[in-house]
Design a protein around this ligand. Structure first.
Ligand code: AMP
Length: 221
């Protein structure tokens, strides 16, 4: 591995493990984890102008308007941390966001190292999302079946209370999968054409998938 810090994007369907893997990669490579969903949920919680506008979209599992999300993500990825590494999860999620990010990269002579496309069947997505529990304090993900906390309802990392995300209900999961199919899949097709995407089977254990992603990221640098 070279001395430079990697710039990685994680894309893929909801429930593929983007958040879990991004957190592990961020610790391993010592770079910030920038989750589009977490950053939007923080805006909602703080009741900012952007948060108030974004809330109904999050509640319904729809994509938040491009203007809001692109500004938040570009600020966190580039303006606040020029020329440093990051692991981004959940951005870009449609072609408009992809185009805006590409224009920014071109204009500012910035590059990405690797786009990791996590692949998982719809059936598995459902199992994962309905059992997901998230720490209200540090956002660490758990799962009732695959990654149970040592003490039920309590985060292993910080002791915070675990809760189910409002958008992890069967109806909202259906909507999010449809959005993924129609809007986000074309983004991975574009990254594939650009030649910086690696496809990773996300059906293994957290550790197996992590080791595979880590290898691919190191190879990309
Ligand atoms: P996630 O935490 O990645 O599952 O995202 C949760 C929700 O946040 C999504 O269903 C969208 O409502 C919103 N969201 C996350 N990332 C984006 C994005 N790149 N563009 C628009 N909306 C997003």
């Amino acid at each position: 591995m070279t001395e430079t810090l990697p710039r990685v994007l994680l894309i893929g369907p909801p429930g593929a493990g983007k958040g879990t893997q991004a957190q592990k990669l961020s610790e391993h490579f010592d770079v910030p984890h920038l989750s589009a969903g977490d950053l939007l949920r923080a805006e909602v919680e703080q009741e900012t102008k952007a948060g108030k506008e974004a809330k109904p979209y999050l509640d319904e599992g729809k994509l938040v308007p491009e203007k809001i999300v692109v500004e938040i993500m570009l600020k966190n990825m580039f303006w606040d941390n020029p020329k440093t590494g990051f692991v981004v999860d959940g951005f870009p999620r449609n072609i408009g966001q992809f185009n805006q990010m590409q224009s920014h990269l071109k204009e500012h002579d910035e590059t990405l190292d690797c786009v990791v496309n996590l692949q998982l069947s719809e059936e598995e997505v459902f199992r994962r999302l309905t059992g997901r529990r998230v720490c209200g304090e540090c956002n660490t993900n758990f799962h009732t079946e695959f990654r149970p906390p040592e003490e039920p309802g309590t985060c292993d990392q910080c002791g915070g209370a675990l809760k189910q995300r409002d958008d992890d209900t069967p109806e909202t999961i259906e909507e999010r999968l449809e959005v993924f199919e129609n809007e986000s899949k074309p983004v991975s097709e574009r990254f594939e054409k650009e030649g910086i995407q690696v496809n990773v089977d996300a059906s293994g254990t957290i550790e197996q998938v992590f080791q595979e992603i880590r290898r691919r990221v190191e190879r990309s640098q």
